[in-house]
Design a protein around this ligand. Structure first.
Ligand code: FAD
Ligand code: SIN
Length: 535
């Protein structure tokens, strides 16, 4: 069964929805999303969205903060582009109905987070992402040119490969004609044909047992593009958020926003000592890679399961007004944040690398764009600056929209595409084959590919992942397509790329820290020299 849309959007977070709204006046749009429209990483974002608004902040300061956090691997042109475009896109968000907190003076209430030299984070209380998602979801639901397909799962993008042609990596003529998409209710796979496609499938936090990401974050877009012979880069740079609530077994791990440290909260060891100044002069507000490593080290040296975040010296009324959701969440576990220390641990949070795109958000594959966490734009380098992800998502979705609107009329639907072929396959008899492998992948990554790495750990991870890969590919060939099996397969694909790229990077840089290569003490002049080619 075929469906035709000018624009196919896979993913309903900030990147997907903002793109959809911008192209919808010019053609028919399908938004494919694997759960409900609002179940996205975007909805979970707490701290806010970074953009320059008032003096004493200026573009140059935001640029420099981003470059410093990125440890020498940012693409400076892209950094300047995002910083400059950011304020315009904030206006779009407001136009679409997003509300950001303001002070009595009418000015935005700007927060500060790790690595920022100024207060520049626009926010809505401590649930900024949910507010953005609410506003955009309302807009797309009411747009006559947009059809929303909830509980539809994109399995693979369609290229010449599906017409029986040999498609090789780095061939410059690969084109995307749409995607095969599973309707989870009926179990049928539809052929969505498009003139242009945007991948906006978000991150891959579920590679790890403990992550702030919801279940949807399984790297599907990256795996799909890699299978289709597109290019992927910087996968070794997995960001761990320093402070998720220590509450073993809770999934996803509940985030305690960095904005709380920007508000004055201090990290302490289990015996109450402040420790961050031992590691960085910026203390608890150093960039995320440094704070996460420091916590990891303190926990390992002391044999503790967590460290504490201390807000007890902060003014109670203001604290609870600014952070109502964190207050409520902690209270539900018997922690009064104004009086008790909050136990926190690092958790996998964000993928800096992904599908390589240029400054029009074009991937290597023609008619295929990528934006948001799934894309590697060059903004983050080896470590993302806090709250630079939402702004990147909306800026690159806008760049993609502008580019596609100038080209899509030249493209025809490719009708000569076979239906999904599932002859000779059957339902997997035992789901445990999938669920246990999924758990094993997470264990491998948590144990061997975490905040601190080594050659031997990476090698172990690769050897073990290879076994699971062989078993899963065999199962996939024999089975009818299912979300759980596809997600497992995608995680394994993406996991391979993380390990391979980590093994290739023979240095410690940003989020990739390995005990086998002494850390580089901030030599930013290595730009370019250590920037390895994409895969
Ligand atoms: P997402 O919002 O993750 O959306 C991905 C979409 O793709 C979902 O709709 C999903 O269902 C869909 N999808 C995935 N695979 C498939 C498939 N195979 N088929 C169909 N649909 C699919 N960043 C900031 O800048 N500031 C913050 O304060 C901040 N706080 C955060 C707090 C938390 C707890 C988390 C988890 C992240 C936070 N981030 C923050 C990061 C930021 O939220 C994300 O990077 C950003 O929202 C990603 O947006 P996106 O549109 O790329 O993807
Ligand atoms: C947070 O609120 O601490 C998360 C911010 C981010 O991931 O950018």
């Amino acid at each position: 069964m075929k469906r035709h849309y000018d624009f196919l959007v896979i993913g309903s977070g900030l990147a997907g929805l903002s793109f959809a709204l911008k192209v919808a006046p010019f053609g028919k749009v399908a938004i494919i999303t694997k759960k409900e429209l609002t179940e996205t990483n975007t909805s979970y974002a707490q701290g806010g969205i970074a953009a320059v608004t008032y003096a004493p902040d200026d573009y140059e300061k935001h640029v420099q903060d981003t470059l410093i956090a990125g440890a020498g691997l940012c693409n400076e042109e892209v950094v300047r582009l995002v910083v400059k475009e950011g304020p315009k896109q904030i206006k779009e968000l407001i136009k679409w109905g997003t509300e950001f907190d303001k002070q009595a003076s009418g000015k935005f209430d700007l927060a500060k987070e790790g690595g920022h030299s100024e207060h520049r984070i626009l926010h809505h209380k401590d649930n900024t992402g949910a507010e953005i998602q609410r506003a955009l979801s309302e807009k797309v639901r009411n747009h006559k040119n947009i059809d929303i397909f909830e509980n539809y799962f994109a399995v693979d993008i369609i290229t010449q490969h599906h017409q029986g042609h040999l498609v090789k990596r780095r061939h410059s003529n690969i084109e995307c004609y749409g995607a095969y998409v599973l309707n989870q209710e009926t179990g049928r796979v539809y052929t969505f044909l498009s003139k242009a496609t945007l991948i906006a499938t978000g991150g891959t936090g579920n590679l790890y047992g403990s992550t702030t990401n919801p279940q949807i974050a399984t790297g599907d877009g990256i795996a799909m593009v890699y299978r289709a012979k597109g290019t992927v880069e910087n996968m070794e740079f997995v960001q761990f958020h320093p402070t998720s609530l220590y509450n073993p077994g809770e999934k996803p791990a509940y985030l305690i926003t960095e904005a709380l440290r920007g508000f004055g909260a201090i990290l302490r060891t289990a015996n109450g000592s402040e420790f961050m100044h031992k590691y960085d002069e910026r203390g608890s507000l150093a960039p995320r890679d440094i704070v996460a490593r420091a916590i990891d080290n303190e926990m390992k040296v002391r044999g503790d399961d967590f460290v504490y975040l201390d807000c007890t010296h902060l003014e109670e009324k203001a604290l609870k007004e600014h952070f109502p959701n964190i207050t409520e969440k902690c209270m539900s576990l018997g922690i009064n944040i104004a009086k008790d220390y909050i136990p926190v641990v690092p958790s996998a949070h964000y993928l800096c690398g992904g599908i390589k795109v240029n400054s029009h958000a074009q991937t290597w594959i023609k008619r295929l764009y990528a934006a948001g966490e799934t894309a590697s734009t060059g903004l983050h380098g080896a470590n993302r600056l806090a709250s630079n992800s939402l702004i990147e998502a909306i800026v690159f979705a806008d760049l993609a929209a502008k580019h596609v609107l100038s080209t899509f009329k030249d493209y025809q639907f490719m009708e000569d595409i076979p239906d999904w072929n599932d002859t000779g396959v059957s339902h997997p008899e035992e789901m445990v084959l999938i669920t246990q492998s999924y758990r094993e992948v997470q264990q491998i990554f948590s144990a061997y590919v975490g905040i601190v790495r080594s050659n031997i750990r990476l090698k172990r991870a690769l050897d073990r992942l290879e076994i699971i890969w062989t078993e899963t590919e065999e199962l996939y060939r024999k089975s009818t397509v299912s979300v759980k099996l596809c997600e497992l397969r995608n995680l394994i694909n993406v996991g391979f790329l993380v390990i391979k790229m980590a093994m290739r990077r023979e240095e410690s840089r940003g989020l990739h820290y390995t005990i086998d290569y002494p850390p580089d003490t901030g030599d930013l002049n290595l730009i370019g020299k250590k920037n390895y080619p994409d895969y």
